[in-house]
Write a protein that binds this ligand. Structure first.
Ligand SMILES: [Zn+2]
Length: 449
């Protein structure tokens, strides 16, 4: 049994001092004892990152140059398809390893990898249909991050079952092919500590309601279900035109949405739709930095929370990987849209703590990660802050999270532990340097091509 002690720790019922945490051989928390003995560092629960496309980290910063026509999500998507056409399994493993090392350094201790890059550049399955899934698992193994692998079902190019375009051929499966992919994905994570599986019909653009129902039927009862929904106005308009309903209402009316579901984005969900999502107990996966970068729009988080809605956060395109920055961007989007402050805090409460706690709870639910937070039975997934860092001078309790999210510069996250083992020390993940070299070589090959 390993024992850690902290000067302060954020437990489910609030901050406690001189907290002792005992950890069993599987990396789960066995006991949590406040007022035990003095420690130095400050502990908060590691944050789940409920939505990532790891390979997109490789194109970060390469799409910020205006095209000849007006740029949008759709012109970005065309560039993304061109980038991924070059990626080999080795490339994907290298980029994912770097992305996951960065996630750990940035305060994320579990990643939900919404994985849709399955086949070779011609669209033919690899000899092992789950080759790419195995590479994602290898990246998780190399970095130590907890993985919830979300193999994605993708069959069509537009709502209503329209044919896919050439740029989508690496994603495509029929339901039989997808069932084989799911089994291969289960094998790929079978011996990976801390790993779990969920299923992910990509969106109503890529899967019909009937196919989504069939995918749901392939999931084990404890496996979560993820789908992109209502990210773009054009997508909502297409759903209205073709299905007669906006995307989230179409999913709700089909009887699909319950507490196992995570709706990614839901940016353009109506108040009525989001009220029904909240009532169903599902989670909305907000990806604030990517949604800002792609010009998606602003998720109506205040109204959704007022309706009792649960949310977590995801890094999605991984254009910039940072747990504090995702939460800050979410809060600032609400402040800008509604000209208010402390938009997502309870009356009289800390915005930082409210954001962090919501994302811990919502993320754990969406990734079926078991108990959330620093509690017995949960994995010992911890983000440790150094009280000697200037960002935390004379702070205590909630002020730590307020300062980390809104005011701290680099280096404020000191150590990160996953399953009771330290994976980031003094801000650095040991796999970072080698992964950076591999990714640099990959990009030199692709961009020179
Ligand atoms: Zn996404």
């Amino acid at each position: 049994m390993r024992k850690l002690v902290f000067s302060e720790a954020l437990l489910p019922d609030g901050w406690q001092r001189n907290v002792c945490v005992e950890i069993d051989v599987e990396g789960r928390i066995a006991t949590v004892t406040p007022d035990a003995e003095p420690g130095h560092l400050i502990a908060v629960p590691g944050l789940p990152n409920l939505h990532s496309h790891a390979f997109q980290r490789g194109m970060a910063g390469l799409t910020e140059h205006a095209g000849d026509s007006e740029d949008s999500f759709w012109t970005w998507r065309a560039l993304m398809y061109r980038f991924l056409a070059h990626l080999t399994p080795d490339d994907v493993e290298a980029i994912a390893t770097l992305a996951y090392a960065e996630m750990l350094e940035a305060g994320f201790t579990r990643v939900g990898e919404f994985h849709y890059l399955h086949h070779d550049p011609d669209g033919a399955p690899y000899a092992d249909r789950a080759e790419m899934a195995a590479r994602i698992a290898a990246a998780a193994q190399a970095t130590g991050i907890n993985l919830t692998l979300l193999p994605c079902f993708y069959a069509h190019g537009e709502i209503g079952g329209a044919p896919p375009v050439a740029g989508q051929r690496r994603f495509l499966n029929d339901l039989d092919g997808y069932a084989a992919l799911v089994e291969g994905s289960r094998r790929a994570i079978a011996r990976l500590p801390g790993a779990s599986l969920g299923l992910a019909p990509h969106s109503l653009r890529a899967a019909t309601i009937e196919e989504i129902r069939a995918v749901t039927g392939m999931a084990q009862p404890d496996e979560p279900l993820h789908i992109h929904a209502a990210e773009q106005v054009k997508e909502v308009e297409a759903a209205l035109r073709i299905l007669g309903l906006p995307p989230i209402a179409a999913l709700l009316d089909a009887g699909l949405i319950d507490a196992r579901w995570c709706l990614i984005h839901a940016t353009h969900g109506t108040e009525a739709e989001l009220g029904r999502v909240a009532t169903a107990g599902a989670v909305v996966g907000v990806c604030p930095i990517t949604e800002s970068n792609l010009g998606d729009g602003i998720f109506p988080a205040i109204a959704y929370r007022a309706a009792g809605g649960r949310f977590g956060i995801g890094t999605d395109s991984n254009v910039l990987i940072s747990a504090p920055a995702e939460l800050r961007t979410l809060e600032y989007s609400q402040r800008l849209a509604l000209r208010t402050r402390n938009a997502l805090a309870p009356r009289g409460g800390s915005t930082g703590r409210s954001l962090w706690q919501s994302a811990v709870d919502g993320g754990a639910q969406a990734l079926a990660a078991g108990p959330a937070g620093i509690v017995p039975g949960a994995f010992a997934d911890l983000v440790l802050l150094d009280p000697d860092h200037p960002a935390f001078a004379a702070r205590s309790g909630d002020r730590h999270l307020d300062s980390l999210i809104f005011a701290a510069r680099a280096g404020a996250i000191h150590d990160v532990w996953v399953r009771g083992a330290r994976v980031v020390e003094a801000g650095i993940h040991p796999a970072r340097e080698a992964a950076e070299r591999r990714v640099a070589a990959t990009l030199a090959r692709i961009l020179g091509a």
